[in-house]
Design a protein around this ligand. Sequence first.
Ligand code: ARG
Length: 480
Amino acid sequence: MKLWGGRFSEAASESAEAFGASIPFDHRLWPYDVMGSAAHCRMLAQQRIISIDDARSILRGLAGVAAELRDGKLDLSPSWEDIHTRVEARLRELIGDPAARLHTARSRNDQVALDLRMFARDALLVELDALATIQGSLVEVAIQHPEALMPGYTHLQRAQPVLFAHYLLAYVEMFWRDAERLLDCFRRTDVLPLGSGALAGVPYPIDRDLTARLLGFSAISANSIDAVADRDFAVEQLAALALVAMHLSRLAEELVLWSSAEFGFIEIAEAYATGSSIMPQKRNPDMAELVRGKTGRMYGHLVAMLTILKGLPLAYNKDLQEDKEAFFDAVDTAQACLSITAEMVSSIRPKLDRMATAAAASFSTATDYADYLAKRGIPFREAHEAVGKLVRLCEGRGCDLADLSLDDLHAASTLFDASAVGITAEAVVAARNVAGGTAPARVAAAREAAEQRLKGLRAQMERRRATLPTLDGLLTPPID
Ligand code: ARG
């Protein structure tokens, strides 16, 4: 069956049919297609555009089609073109003539825009859920090790000691901003395009607000051409997910580095590591490497979508069918990467002694020796110079700054007194008692704030989820 066979006298070539079909990938939109059709049907009946009897048959038929799709009982071969065609064709087989009235005041152009927006909305909630979970995992590890020290790095050279918890919370901040971006994107995704018809609107007294209410949309589109032509809501989600992937990839890279013998800061649980087929001793962080590697396709999907849209004349063009595979894969990949990383983070065993030793080594307290002098009136630049000499002295002796005696310190500046002997990494960390700093009290407060924020996010998502439609909710209530 073709939805557009009327004006054609020749059958489509098999190759054109196969090339043009989207059903091999858009079949996963079926729940949205059925929900959209059910809501459209209810609205048509309410507005007396179709009869109540026809509407009842359509809903009954849609329930049957949905059950068959759910059970994998419908043939989805490419000759069916797309999921919209398939649902309608099966509906016709099940209920006959009334099925032919469902497409009144609707085009596949506004239908596919609707399906994709509904898919995008659900995807956003799943992604937000996964972002909440990974933040929860990071916070949990931070809670287990509130005062553990580790070296902080710049240029991948040991720089200053920080709390391990502070480091973990840095990623919580990144994932929090990612969540905010997705929430913001939700607002613009949550707009009903149905009622735009092919591109110009429809010549029936439809009630778009009713359809929007039934489908849980907060707004209706303001311009029919825009509504069927743009996919910027998908681009936005892909862009936000590209950032998620970038953050995940940085975290994954740290897990790879930290679990190496060179760092030796953590052990990744065996459940998330793999062995080598030749080297019996190996324990490879494959999952973290894959998360890092999948960033490439996430960026690729964003660029693909932008490129599909670039230069497209308004309104619908078949090019838009290319939006789906990129979008679906990005959503699936992001979800998989987020959840495996969350599990991996929960599973790590930090080697606290090794981290603390590394935190105190490599002259990581040098800045604080300079600060010590600066606080006693020496311009910081000069203090820096003086401490540089101390570092050189230590290198010559093969010792650390903490091993220098007061006499040694006096050689660099007489402003040092006994309190400067043996400045510890703990003291360095505690001294950074500023908002956003790594002092234990600040980190504890930041962690509590993050927990509160997460609670708020989860509650907000719960409320939002409750407003989304379900197949049952749209198919079962009687029409009267
Ligand atoms: N399969 C099509 C897509 O994914 C549905 C819309 C078809 N509309 C049309 N005018 N050919 O974009």
